[in-house]
Design a protein around this ligand. Structure first.
Ligand SMILES: O=P(O)(O)OC(CO)CO
Ligand SMILES: [Mg+2]
Ligand SMILES: [Mg+2]
Length: 282
């Protein structure tokens, strides 16, 4: 059967690779002017804005009726609405703090949803030159090679990824450290942070990290890479073990359900303001 969205996926791959190579990598050679958004540690650069505009413009020319959720567009006041319509969910630079500091994990992330279901996900790791792709029902790939999650069933022999986020509210920071202490003390082999949600999830899809958990990131961080995880045989769930909700800003991505549930038991959960809360959707 012909794949209805293959053209769109091909476009996403070309756009993400082009932006990553020609804009993000080039910008790393120059001084980067850093601005802030919600707090002094929530960073943005002109490169984030430029990449998002380039991708949106190129998609609009080809698919004029499609909708968008883009990190920097939402920051500029555009609504954050996930409807049944074909919607491109874009994080132009996932790992802006890494980008600012030259820490070498920086991704362009493009997810595409129809009827609120992710149809394809594209994550281009710009410095590693790795193109992660997933099409619903057709598997996950890195530079064309199929991906498979880890077969590990013992959480005690697992590596877990998480992040520290950009919320410095002492209660939130205490919760992050409480969860981290509990996870470390399982004990697990190690805990890692790539500095980008999308690459953390691609590491789960690749089989070198058993699980990734975080609260506070956004739909654009997760959309594309969520499909990478499930198409590589992994599972997604809420941080309290229930069903994953793309707009909830909470996720556990794991190689299997039992490791995901085991991590969920150790997390001190909180509820960030949802991406579809009224302030973001008007
Ligand atoms: O660098 P960004 O796009 O702000 O994303 C962060 C989380 O919000 C890393 O995943
Ligand atoms: Mg991001
Ligand atoms: Mg970003």
């Amino acid at each position: 059967m012909a794949d209805l969205w293959q053209d769109a996926m091909d476009h996403a791959v070309t756009a993400a690779r082009g932006a990553g190579r020609q804009v993000v990598r080039e910008a790393l050679r120059e001084d980067r002017k850093v601005m802030t958004k919600s707090s002094s540690v929530d960073l943005v650069t002109q490169t984030d804005q430029k990449v998002e505009q380039l991708i949106i413009q190129s998609v609009k020319e080809k698919y004029p009726t499609h909708r968008f959720i883009g990190e920097e567009s939402v920051a500029a006041g555009e609504p954050c609405v996930l409807s049944d319509e074909p919607t491109w969910i874009i994080d132009p630079i996932d790992g802006t703090t890494n980008f600012v500091h030259g820490f070498p994990f920086v991704a362009v992330s493009v997810g595409f949803s129809v009827n609120r279901q992710i149809e394809f996900g594209v994550v281009y790791s710009c410095l590693e030159d790795k193109m992660f792709t997933a099409r619903r029902g057709r598997g996950s790939f890195c530079n064309g090679q199929p991906l498979q999650v880890s077969a590990q069933t013992d959480v005690g022999q697992s590596v877990i990824a998480t992040e520290f986020g950009s919320n410095r509210d002492p209660e939130v920071v205490d919760g992050i450290f409480s969860s981290l202490r509990n996870v470390l003390a399982i004990p697990v082999h190690g805990v890692r942070s790539a500095g980008t949600a999308a690459i953390n999830m691609c590491l789960v899809a690749s089989g070198c990290v058993e699980a990734y958990y975080e609260m506070g990131m956004h739909v654009w961080d997760l959309a594309a890479a969520s499909l990478l995880v499930t198409e590589a045989g992994g599972v997604l769930m809420d941080v309290e073990g229930g069903p994953f909700d793309l707009m909830s800003r909470r996720v556990i991505a794991a190689n299997n359900r039992s490791i995901g549930q085991r991590i969920a038991r150790e997390i001190r959960a909180y509820a960030p303001v949802r991406d579809d809360a009224p302030a973001h959707t008007q």
